[in-house]
Each structure stands twice: as structure tokens, then as C-alpha cells.
Design a binder for this molecule. Structure first.
Ligand code: BGC
Length: 756
């Protein structure tokens, strides 16, 4: 082991804490003084030996040599204490200064214990559960040697064509901010030097979810007002929660790709928001600025560094051109020092200088990964993520001794349970729906028939099957599959059809212009309905779908997303009534793709559409209403809830005080249940056009049948702030309307006046 590394250890005091970059860390400063320009540049590169998912055109080569040459600051796509120890030893023993590596990974919804896709977990509206899930993910990932997570993804998404809507929390800035905070607390904990915590990364900064036409990596062009009011809050919440790193996005913002955008990475992030961690690019997003049209590799690398980007993911533009740019006076050594300092500070925060092998305990994987408790939490998270979109008669919950026809290409299919961006998960460990139903209801008489292929389109299947066989086209003809399902259905009491999207039909580079259930499966659903038996659709998808046709059928619909490793067990818990569904949508479901982008928090326009009728010269469509198919915040339960006595504690709110808005919620149905009580507020008059309503609070409560609870929200003027046209965060006096309900689609219950 190198001597200088040892001297660094001696300098490092015990009990490191999250120090602000402004308050320089003496140990890091000492180290920087010893570093040559090349060694500093070396810290700015994040490479991958190729074990993970290569989402760009480039994969790193000769990684071992590059580490030994001091050209690498961090690695990702490598896991397990043994392999990581080897890499860490190259860095520690074979380089002059022995600086350890950051070890990154995409732990997006669980590590090996895969949780539901984030859009699903968000639908639980349960911040404690989300935090716990993140904590388990961190525990498992760190057990495998990883110390830096490329999560949470907090991009607001209002366009379900965009496949990556699956990876985030949906459309709402307030809810998205709460979820961002919960995830960061779960990953980073209170003390980053603890071996069960890891650095979190908020991504993709910024506005990636607003890619034009929902096509991945596409242009974004947006007013600053909208950025600040609608898209920035979750990133800002992450910074305020102390997130350690930020990942820049692929898209351009105001004509400059995020990875080279100084306004974004320095003026906003550092100067306005006081971010003190480091910024990493997305996969080759520095190099991609060449394709964006901003110059050659040297030019775009210099642009990125000067904009405030600290670490270059895979592209090696920093590694291969920054030295030259310094010589030519295009970049200063001081600018490189700033970036290197931020990387070293992150390593210091993790306690890596004290012990580069702190995450490498050979005993931990066996003990901490895929433990019983972890799987139990994944099962709980999955059941809480499901959203009962439609109830038909009292088909659900099913009796545990029913005669069930289980049909659909996703009913007995391990390959599609985990969902997108679960590269560390193992599909073979997942519980398919059929197995889960047998586990939970061993006395049920279940007959299974596939009934249809996910899609009959072989060229579509080929595009979806990039990471394994997600769409398998059966040797039997579509007619034969259908016939078998009809026969099975005829002998049953009830039909459960598991339909929807394969894993890779959403996620990165999985945008769709048609967001309906594929035709092959639509046909199966219709045939099942024709049998006259009660039908339950278990709908699996990574995005809001256009299910206008299915909503019109006499069926019950439970949205189950991609539920993760415990899929089948969680589904069975819910359909057999061991858990009463309580999820609520966090993204609006459209009637058709023509309504997209679609979200609840719209503005009235100067010509508000009359409802329900169409009117000429008003802001409406000739061929569809403005209203969505299913609104944000919607989700049913086996029981029913009634809201009453909704009121504010006073008529006026003084600037230095608060007001209480409350509702009585009663469980009026036949089951115990949970309800997400939501508060929406409408600022009636202000200097920039207000949205018709905005979520300002929510509480998830549990009510026994017949029970009533009063739910109270405390609102202060701070909660009523928005960004005005000078981009100042202000409130303005005047009237505010409010309502409390279990959905965003409701009428106002009252109002109060904010007086200055
Ligand atoms: C994705 C990121 C991810 C990175 C590394 C990129 O393609 O956009 O979200 O963290 O790959 O795997």
C-alpha cells in the first residue's frame, strides 16, 4: 500500500460528517496540493467495465490499466466485494496517491430484492414505506460493495408516451418533492460513513421528462416560469435534503444540453441552490454534445467542465482532452481543481480515505441481500402500489376457494415481473402471478391458459427483447391460444386476466406512440367478457395507458405496474382480500394520445372549456372532452369513504400565522381500509396565471369499517408561494379555494383569504 495513502489516512479524523464544500475539508486540500494536473483529471472519469447495461454507444476499454494509471475516479457496472476489492486495490496500491474509487450503480427500485417500479411505489403515497424501500436497497447494494447510487430519478413526467415515466414519481411537483426527500433519506441515512448507507444522485438534471413528443433524449424547450413552478421543485427538494450528487440530463435546456449548461449547473445549482456535492454526466452525455452540434470532443468537454460538470460518465472526453485544453488556455487548472475537489470530498464523506474497503465485507451479501425481511417489505410495497382503477359489481376480492380461470401472457411469466431498470435484479427469482395465487389461496381451483401473446408483432418483439425474452411469441397460433383460454374460462366462476406491457415496453428508449394494450391482448379481454363470467383485469404497465375501451367493459381493473420480485404474492394478497388496495395514481391517464401532455394542474386559459358540452371558440376538442380518462389522485378501495364537514379554521390567514383545513373521513363500506386524503388549493388571482388546483398536502390514513377520523392540514403562507415572472418565490394576498378528497377530480369546498 502506498505511503502517501497512509499519510492521508492519518490526516483523516474519525466521525466524518456532511461538511459544506465552502468549508473546505483540510484533508482534501492537503491531498489536492500533492496532485499533479493529470492526477486531478484522473479523478473526473467514471468508467464501466461493461458488466451492466450499456445505454450508450461507448463502453470503457482497458479499465484495469486505466485505474492503475490513475485515470479513473469511479467505476460502475461492477458488483460483489471480491471484484470491487480487486478494483479498489488497483487504485489504492498501484497509483501514486492511492486514492480509492467511488463505486456506482443504478439501484433504481431495489438492488436484488426488486421493488415495484418507482411509478408504482409512488402510487402508495406512503413516504415511510418509500424511505424504507430505499433503505433496504442501500443495505443490499452496499453489502455488494456499492457506495454510490444513481437514484432517485425525480423528473416530472406528464407524457405517458415517454417510457421513463416508469422510473419517476409522476406528474406532480409537490408529491415528487416529498418522494425525492424520502428516497434520499433512505439511501444516505444520517451518516454516510455507515457501511449501510450510500451516496444518492438526483437525476436527470434537468427537465428530462419533458422531452418533446415523449420521444426519449429529445429536445426540451420550456419557459423559466414553468421550470421553476412545475419541474424544478423535486430537484430542489433533493438538494435541500442533502443529496450528494446530481446527474445532468441528455436533453438540451434553452438550446444548451444540460451537460454543458452553465446556467443550470452553476448559476442555478450552485449559486442559487447552494448545492455542495458533485455533478456527474449521464452516460456519454458530454460526447453527445458533438451530435447536438456544439463542436468536437475537446470543445464539448471544455464546455462541460466550465459549465460546472465534475465527472464524465464513460465518454473519456475529460480524460483525453482536458490536458490539451489547459495547455491551450481553454480551461484553467483551477477549474479542474474545483471538480477534483468535489469528487474527493464525496470520497471523504463516505469515509473511503479512512478505509477504502469499508463496503467490502464478504459476509454481508449472504446476510443482507434477498433476506426474508427484505422480500417481505418488497411484497408490502407491491401490494401498496396497486391502484384499483375500476370496480364492477363485487367481483373483488375473490373467495379463496373460487374456481378461477387465470389467463393472459403476463400471468405466468417471470421475465416481466421486475420492470424496467432493474439490472441488478434476477427475473428467475420473481414470483409470477400464478404461483403467488397458489401460495395465498391453496384451496382455489386455478386453471391457467396463456390466451394470447403480449404482442403478435415480431419486429416489435425484437425491439423489446433487447435484454432477454420479454415478449415470447408462442409456437401455437393466436387462434389456438384464444380457444384454450375460452375453454378454461367456461369452466370457471371468475376470470382473472393478466395483461398489459412487457418490462421493456417502458423505461429508457422505450417511447410509444400507441399506449393501448396490444391488440392480441385486447382481443383476449373481449373474448373473456363474451363468456359472461365476471372478469378481473390485472393490468401491468410502466406508464399510464389508454384503456378507454377496457374502462367501458363490464370488468374490474386493478393496475399492478411491474410489481417486482414478490409480484405474485402481492397480487394474491390484494385480489384475495388480505390487503385492501389503497394506491392512488400519480400521473393522469388520458383518453387517447391526442390529449398528451396531460396533467391535473392545468391553467384555465382565457377561454375555459364549458363542461360537459363542446362550445365553439372555447379551449376544447371536437372529438374528445378535455377531462382525462382517469384523474391524478384516483384509486378505489374494496370499501368506500365519505368526506364531510370540510372546512378552514378561519376565514383569513395572516402572513405570520397558519390556517387549518380539515375534513371528516368515514369508512362507509364493508371492509377496513386505507385512504389517501388529499388537499388541493387554488390561488384565485395572482400576478402569473395560476393552475386550477395544486396538491398542497396528503395523509394516508387507516379506517376500520364504520370508523370516522378528522384529518387536518396546517397551511402557512409559505405553502402558498409560487415563482413570479421575476422568478422570485412569493405569495400574494387574496382568495384561495380549497378542497379535500380522495382524488384530484373534485369541487371546491370552501375558501380563505390571505391578508398581508
Ligand atoms: C441513464 C441513467 C443511468 C446511466 C448509467 C443512462 O443511460 O439515463 O439514468 O444512470 O445510464 O447506467
Amino acid at each position: 500500500m502506498r505511503k502517501i495513502y497512509l499519510s492521508v489516512i492519518l490526516l483523516v479524523c474519525m466521525g466524518t460528517s456532511l461538511l459544506k464544500a465552502q468549508e473546505q475539508i483540510p484533508e482534501v486540500e492537503e491531498l489536492l496540493k500533492k496532485m499533479s494536473l493529470e492526477e486531478k483529471i484522473g479523478q473526473l472519469n467514471l468508467l464501466t467495465p461493461g458488466g451492466g447495461v450499456a445505454t450508450g454507444a461507448v463502453v470503457s476499454k482497458n479499465v484495469e490499466d486505466k485505474i492503475k494509471a490513475g485515470n479513473v475516479g469511479g467505476l460502475f457496472g461492477v458488483s460483489g466485494p471480491e471484484k470491487i476489492r480487486m478494483a479498489q486495490e488497483y487504485a489504492v496500491n498501484d497509483t501514486r496517491l492511492g486514492i480509492p474509487l467511488l463505486i456506482g450503480s443504478d439501484v433504481i427500485h431495489g438492488y436484488k430484492t426488486t421493488f415495484p417500479i418507482p411509478l408504482g411505489t409512488a402510487s402508495s403515497w406512503d413516504m415511510e414505506l418509500i424511505k424504507e424501500s430505499a433503505k433496504v436497497a442501500a443495505k443490499e447494494a452496499t453489502a455488494d460493495g456499492i457506495n454510490w447510487n444513481f437514484s432517485p430519478m425525480v423528473d416530472i413526467a406528464r407524457d405517458p408516451r415517454w417510457g421513463r415515466i416508469a422510473e419517476g414519481a409522476g406528474e406532480d411537483p409537490y408529491l415528487g418533492s416529498q418522494i425525492a426527500k424520502a428516497m434520499i433519506q433512505g439511501y444516505q441515512g444520517e451518516d454516510l460513513t455507515k457501511p449501510e448507507t450510500m451516496l444518492a444522485t438526483v437525476k436527470h438534471f434537468a427537465l428530462y421528462g419533458a422531452s418533446e413528443a415523449g420521444r426519449d433524449y429529445n429536445t426540451v424547450d420550456m419557459s423559466r416560469l414553468r421550470m421553476f413552478n412545475e419541474y424544478f421543485p423535486p430537484y430542489k427538494a433533493a438538494i435541500d435534503a442533502g443529496v450528494a450528487s446530481v446527474m445532468s440530463s441528455f436533453n438540451d435546456v434553452d438550446g444548451i444540453p444540460a451537460s454543458g449548461n452553465k446556467w443550470l449547473l452553476t448559476d442555478l445549482l450552485r449559486d442559487r441552490w447552494n448545492f455542495d456535492g458533485f455533478v456527474v454526466s449521464d452516460y456519454t452525455s458530454v460526447n453527445e454534445m458533438i451530435a447536438h452540434g456544439l463542436g468536437d470532443l475537446q470543445a464539448v468537454s471544455a464546455l462541460a467542465l466550465k459549465a460546472g460538470l465534475d465527472m464524465d460518465m464513460v465518454g473519456e472526453g475529460f480524460l483525453t482532452t482536458l490536458g490539451k485544453s489547459v495547455k491551450e488556455g481553454k480551461v484553467s487548472e483551477a477549474e479542474i481543481t474545483i471538480a477534483a475537489r468535489r469528487i474527493l470530498e464525496a470520497k471523504y464523506k463516505l469515509g473511503l480515505f479512512e478505509d477504502p474497503y469499508r463496503y467490502l465485507d464478504n459476509e454481508r451479501p449472504e446476510k443482507d441481500i434477498l433476506s426474508k425481511e427484505n422480500r417481505k417489505l418488497a411484497r408490502k410495497a407491491a401490494s401498496r402500489s396497486f391502484v384499483l382503477l375500476k370496480k364492477h359489481k363485487n367481483t373483488l376480492p375473490l373467495a379463496k376457494n373460487s374456481k378461477i380461470a387465470l389467463v393472459g401472457p403476463l400471468a405466468n411469466n417471470k421475465n416481466n415481473m421486475l420492470g424496467t431498470w432493474a439490472p441488478t435484479g434476477d427475473p428467475s427469482l420473481s414470483i409470477p402471478i400464478l404461483e403467488g395465487m397458489k401460495n395465498v389461496a391453496p384451496n382455489a381451483k386455478i386453471k391457467y391458459a396463456k390466451g394470447a401473446n403480449i404482442s403478435n408483432d415480431t419486429s416489435f418483439a425484437k425491439k423489446v427483447n433487447v435484454f432477454g425474452e420479454r415478449i415470447s411469441i408462442d409456437d401455437r397460433s393466436p387462434e389456438a391460444l384464444l380457444k384454450e383460454a375460452i375453454e378454461v374460462a367456461k369452466t370457471s366462476d371468475v376470470i382473472v386476466a393478466v395483461v398489459g406491457e412487457a418490462t421493456e415496453m417502458s423505461g429508457e428508449a422505450a417511447s410509444r406512440t400507441n399506449i393501448q394494450i396490444p391488440d392480441s391482448q385486447k382481443k383476449l379481454i373481449k373474448e373473456m367478457v363474451k363468456t359472461g363470467k365476471p372478469v378481473v383485469l390485472l393490468l401491468m404497465s410502466g406508464r399510464p395507458l389508454d384503456i378507454s375501451e377496457e374502462m367501458g367493459l363490464p370488468v374490474s381493473i386493478l393496475q399492478i405496474w411491474h410489481p417486482g420480485v414478490e409480484a405474485g404474492n402481492a397480487v394474491a394478497d390484494v385480489i384475495f382480500g388480505d390487503y385492501n388496495p389503497s394506491g392512488k395514481l400519480t400521473a393522469t391517464w388520458p383518453r387517447n394520445v391526442g390529449q398528451i401532455p396531460i396533467y391535473y394542474s392545468v391553467k384555465t386559459t382565457g377561454r375555459p372549456a364549458p363542461t360537459p358540452a363542446f362550445a365553439k371558440f372555447k379551449s376544447n376538442y371536437l372529438d374528445a372532452p378535455n377531462s382525462p380518462l382517469i384523474p391524478f389522485g384516483h384509486g378505489l378501495s374494496y370499501t368506500s369513504f365519505e368526506y364531510s364537514d370540510i372546512k378552514a379554521s378561519q376565514d383569513t390567514l395572516q402572513v405570520d400565522s397558519s390556517i387549518e383545513i380539515s375534513a371528516k373521513v368515514t369508512n362507509t363500506g364493508d371492509y377496513d381500509g386505507e385512504e389517501v386524503v388529499q388537499l388541493y388549493i387554488h390561488d384565485k388571482v395572482r400576478s402569473v396565471t395560476p393552475p386550477v388546483k395544486e396538491l398542497k398536502g396528503f395523509k394516508k390514513i387507516s379506517l376500520k369499517k364504520g370508523e370516522t377520523q378528522t384529518v387536518t392540514f396546517t397551511i402557512t403562507p409559505e405553502d402558498l408561494k409560487f415563482y413570479n415572472s421575476q422568478l422570485e418565490h412569493v405569495y400574494e394576498s387574496g382568495e384561495f379555494e380549497f378542497f379535500i378528497d380522495g382524488t384530484s377530480d373534485s369541487d371546491f369546498d370552501g375558501s380563505f383569504e390571505l391578508v398581508e
